[in-house]
Design a protein around this ligand. Sequence first.
Ligand code: WTA
Length: 657
Amino acid sequence: MSDTHITSVLNEARVFAPQPEFRAQAYWQDLDAYRAEHERSLQDPEGFWGEVAKELSWFEPWGKVLEWNLPDAKWFVGGKTNLCFNCVDRQVESGHGDQLAILWEGEAVGPDGPEVRRLSYADLQAETSRFANALKAQGVKKGDVVTIYMGMVPELAIAVLACARIGAPHSVVFGGFSSHAIADRVDDADSKVVITCDGSWRRGKVVPLKANVDAACELTSKIETVIVVERCGNEVAMREGRDLWWRDAVQGVDAECPCEPMDAEDMLFLLYTSGSTGKPKGIVHTTGGYMVYTYLTSKYTFNLKPDTGQVYWCTADVGWITGHSYILYGILPNRVPSLMFEGAPNFPEVDRFWDICERHKVTQFYTAPTAIRAFMKWGDEAVTKHDLSSLQLLGTVGEPINPEAWMWYREVVGGSRCPIVDTWWQTETGGHMLTPLPGATPTVPGSCTLPFFGIDAAVVDESGNEVPLNRGGLLAIRKPWPSMLRGIHGDRERFVQTYFSRLEGMYFPGDGARRDAHGNFWIMGRVDDVINVAGHRLGTMEVESALVSHPQVVEAAVVGMPHEIKGTGIAAFVTLGPGVAASPELSATLQAHVGEEIGAIAKPDLIQFTDHLPKTRSGKIMRRLLRDVAAKRAITGDVTTLEDFSVLETLQKYQED
Ligand code: WTA
C-alpha cells in the first residue's frame, strides 16, 4: 500500500449507516444485537455452532461440538455428513430440484448473445452423480486426492462437487498456473488423477490447459489418468491409456450415486497457497466445520434469502479459496443461484460485468479491489449505461481497498443504495473472519469493520498483549473457529511454525492491523514475505527462486511496490552472472521465464538490474531498503547493519531513473 493510502486511511472519518431499505429485510438489523450475539458466540461456541449446524443435514449427529487442543481443532466430533449432499441433494429432497443452482455464462459473445447454461439442483444431482461414478470407474476411492486444472466451465463445479460426493479430496490448481506449478502440487499431494479441459477461453484466445498438463506429466511420474473436457476444440494430443475425454468417461454411466457419509473431520480439499518460505503449501480443510462456517457466513454477510429472486455473483475463479467457499460450498446450501462467469471483465468490452449484472438481474456482487480500480479507470459510463437497479449488496475481498475505490464502488456501482461488505479472510481461515453484517454494521471506507460470530480477533504486540486503539500491531485470532485449516499437507512442523508459534496460544494470520476508536479493524497488509498482487497471494521467495533458476541470474530479491491497479506490483532486483549484459530484452526474457515457472500473475512489473544487493553483515537481504527504492521514496529507518554502505548510493540512483 502506498503512503498516501495509509494517510488517507488514518484520516478517514466517513461512516455510513446501513441503508434503511436494506436494513428492513436483513437478517441482522442492529449493531447492539450483533454485539450481544457475538459475545454469546464467544462465551458459548458449542451452543452457538451446534444450533447453526442443525440448519444443515447430517447422516449421523455429532457427539461434541468442539475439541480444542491447540493447534488442533475438531468440530462436530463423530458427526457424519456430506457437503455435496448439503449443496445439491438436500435441495432436491426438500422439493426444490427445479430451482436454479448455477447460472453459467461463457466468455464469447455471438450474434445471439453469450452462451448461457442453467443448472438446477436436480441437474447438478444427476451430473455430479454421473461424474462421481466415472471417477470411481477410473479407480478413484475415498481419500484419493484428485487434481483439477480447468477453466471456469460448469464441469468445473460438477467435478469439485463430484469429488466431495465420493469423499475424494480435490486439489484445484488455478488455470493460470504453469505446468511446473501443476507438477509440484501433484507431487506434494500424491495425486494420480487430473481433470482438465482442452483449453480455456481468455479474451478470445485459447489457454492450452491440456498441453500444460502434458508438460506437467513430463515433470512428475505420478499422473496416471487425465480426464479432458472439450471446451475450445483446440488440437490436443491424447495419450492412449492415460487420457480420456470427459464425454466418454460419463457415457452410459449410472446417474445415481449416493453421497458418501463423511466424518466431520475427513478432508474435504487441499488448496495450495503461497507462504513466506519455500514452495506453496497445501492447506487442509475438513468437512463439517468448513460446511457450517461457509454456510453461515454466506447467509449473513451476503444476506442470502432463498425464494426472493436473488442472484448472487462472485467474480473470483474457483481456483482460489474465494471460489471454493463463495461460489460453491457456502452459497449452494443457501439455495440462492450462484452465477459463474467464464471470462474476463473487459472482454469483449469494458462493460462486460455490468452487462451481465443487468441481463441476469444480479442482486449480490462480490469482487476484488483490483478489479474495482480497473473499472474506475475505464470510466463511469461503462457502468452507468446499464440498469443496475437489481443490485442489493456489494462485496470486496482479497486485499485492502483504498477509500477512493470504496466510495466509487458505493456511488457509481451501488447507486449509494447498496451496503458494501469488505471481507477479510484467508485460504487458511476458510471463510469470512472480519466483515460487516450489511444490515447492522456501520461501514467506513477502507475498513473491514468487525469480527464475524465466533471470531475472537485482536490486534496485539509480539507478546500477545492487545495494543491500544489506533496503534498498529499484529492481527491475531485467539479462539478456534469451525473452518480453520486443520494443517499443511505433509508438514506438521511448518503448520505449527507458521501459524501458532509467533503468538503464544493464538492463530497468527501474517497480517498487520489496527483498530480505530469504534473498534473497527483496518488491515495494514502482510508483515511477512508474502505479497498480495491484484488480490493474489505470492511468496517473494517463490518469485526469487523462479528468477535464479534462469542460467543468467545469480541472485534476486523481490519486493512489493505500489501499483495503481494491482494495489501491489512486483519489483525484482536482479544481479547477473559474469559477462552478462543487462538489457530490456533480458528483462522481458526474465519476465517470461517467471511466467513459465509459476504463472503470468507472478511476472515482475519492474526488473532492476544491479551489481549488488543491500545485505546485512550476516548476509540477509535488507528488503526494507528495496521496498523504499521500488516505491521511489526516501530510504528511511536504520541502515547501520548494512554490510556495504556504497550500495545505498547505487540504490538511490535507481530512484532517479
Ligand atoms: C489479504 C483471500 C485486506 C490479507 C480470501 C490476507 C485482505 C490475504 C482482505 C489472504 C481484505 C484478504 N482486506 N486484506 N478484505 N482479504 N486480504 O489466502 O493479506 O488468497 O492475509 O485469501 O489477503 O489471501 P488468500
